[in-house]
Design a protein around this ligand. Structure first.
Ligand SMILES: Cc1ncc(COP(=O)(O)O)c(C=O)c1O
Length: 331
């Protein structure tokens, strides 16, 4: 598991091609794929993907967290990008087959096996700028990953960007490669000019999400986060954390909120803020930067509720408590 998150890969992957229907799944070497230089994906970004994790439990079982949710999101992303319709049971079989093949390589918690299903439009047709690809490729890459913050605790600095947009406003819910490409210029500027870790996109003051995680505002009564709409990615971690929050008696408010309210709430001593996502789980945000000024969130250090909810989610993923909600799929 040497190197940065997501840079080491298992040597094989499962793959299926679409041409008027999906081919039988194959297991092939994961070091290359062959596509025509005119492939639709390379020109018109017909690509979407997923990110989920498999965990090794002490009893030797391998368990994938909320796989059904990620497959459903990939189905939806594929549909919204006019990629060929996903075959849900084939996709599930491709995921479980390759995870099973590498079950002995799934590292013990806090590490895990990151699973990256990828769907690309392969038709060699550079005239199809305004038409979908007729052919496609689906493959499932595996990458063993460690703790995203290398054992340390996150203390993230976010730049509030009320001008830049991450992607097309009706496209945020699609996990499309192009969305990440379009967010990059804002993220790079935030890093260079403000030494921020991430951008919290809030076009016209509407608090949405960062480049790779959902944003939650927490205090001792409630969790506040944006309600589901087309503008941002509907995170599986977000939904899982909201479920845990409700079950522990916190009030969950899925509603729009703006920068003024955010800064106001963050000035309270019991305020906490976090980023929820598969890679980072639930990471504490401790500083917000807006119009050149820095604002400390609560005490300016990771707070107890974010820590507790992260630990609760990890305990389920790692098999340390009973999976009462059926979130794990045992391979
Ligand atoms: C833009 C964006 N928002 C939110 C998330 C969180 O989604 P999930 O919890 O399903 O990983 C991700 C992916 O991790 C993402 O890329």
């Amino acid at each position: 598991m040497a190197g940065e998150f997501g840079t080491s890969f298992m040597p094989q992957m499962t793959i299926s091609t679409y041409d008027n229907g999906w081919s039988d799944m194959q297991t092939v070497n994961a070091d290359k794929i062959s596509v025509h230089p005119g492939a639709h994906v390379l020109h018109y970004a017909s690509t979407c993907f997923e990110g989920l994790k498999a965990f090794a439990h002490k009893d030797g079982s391998i368990n994938i967290f909320r796989m059904d949710k990620n497959i459903e999101r990939l189905r939806q992303s594929s549909e919204l990008l006019y990629l060929p319709p996903l075959d849900l049971s084939l996709t599930e079989k491709m995921i479980t087959t390759i995870v099973d093949q590498y079950r002995n390589e799934v590292p013990a918690p806090p590490a895990s096996m990151y699973i990256r299903p990828t769907h690309i439009g392969t038709e060699p047709a550079i005239g199809k700028a305004a038409d979908p690809s007729a052919t496609a490729l689906l493959y499932i890459l595996l990458s063993p990953v460690g703790d995203y913050f290398s054992g340390g605790e996150a203390s993230l600095r976010l730049l509030l960007d009320d001008v830049g947009v991450r992607c097309g406003p009706d496209h945020g819910m699609v996990k499309a490669g192009g969305n990440y490409a379009s967010a990059l210029k804002h993220i790079m500027r935030a890093r260079k000019e403000h030494n921020a870790h991430q951008v919290l996109f809030c076009p016209n003051g509407d608090i949405q999400e960062t480049g790779a995680a959902n944003f939650l505002l927490v205090d001792n009564q409630s969790v506040i986060t944006k309600p589901l709409d087309d503008s941002f990615l509907h995170g599986v971690t977000r939904e899982s954390i909201l479920t845990l929050a409700r079950d522990k008696g916190l009030k969950v408010e899925e509603r729009d909120f703006g920068i003024e309210e955010l800064l106001d709430r963050c000035s309270q001593p019991d305020a906490e803020a976090g980023l929820a996502g598969t890679a980072a789980v639930l990471a504490a945000v401790t500083t917000l930067i807006y119009k050149g000024k820095e604002y400390q969130v609560g005490q300016g250090a990771p707070g107890p509720r974010i820590r507790e909810m992260r630990a609760e989610l990890n305990a389920i993923q790692w098999g340390e408590v009973e999976d009462t909600r059926n979130w794990l799929h045992t391979v």
